[in-house]
Design a protein around this ligand. Structure first.
Ligand SMILES: [Ca+2]
Length: 123
């Protein structure tokens, strides 16, 4: 992670905190990047959660990709194959094509990691 990213995250936390306790009495008007212990803990736990989710997504994506990972994404046939392996038998080839087109957000014929994340997050 870049330093500027960390700074941005800290700023976000401070803003969130300010929004929560915006009675005006809590004069936390300093724009310095100082964290008290509560802010620090909330920052760390957020980071850890994000990383866990990221790792899970990468792992799931790899499973779906199989040998297609080198192609830069999941092809339609690979998606069908993987879903069948996981016991998905209700979807017709047409359904798969529709699902694939919906998921292939940038329309390059592959479900890239970004497309995949979008699909998982929309559920
Ligand atoms: Ca794509």
């Amino acid at each position: 992670m870049e330093i500027s990213e960390v700074e941005q995250n800290i700023r976000n936390i401070k803003q969130e905190k300010r929004a929560v306790s915006s009675q005006g009495g809590d004069d936390d008007s300093d724009e310095e990047l100082e964290l008290d212990i509560d802010e620090f803990i909330s920052f760390i736990s957020k980071e850890m959660m994000d990383n866990d989710i990221k790792e899970e997504l990468v792992e799931a994506y790899r499973k779906f990709c199989g040998p297609d990972e080198s192609k830069g994404g999941i092809t339609l046939s690979q998606l069908q194959e993987t879903m069948a392996t996981y016991g998905e038998k209700r979807l017709s080839p047409q359904d798969f094509e529709m699902l694939f087109r919906e998921t292939d957000y940038d329309g390059d014929g592959l479900i890239n990691f970004d497309d995949f994340v979008r699909m998982m997050m929309s559920k």
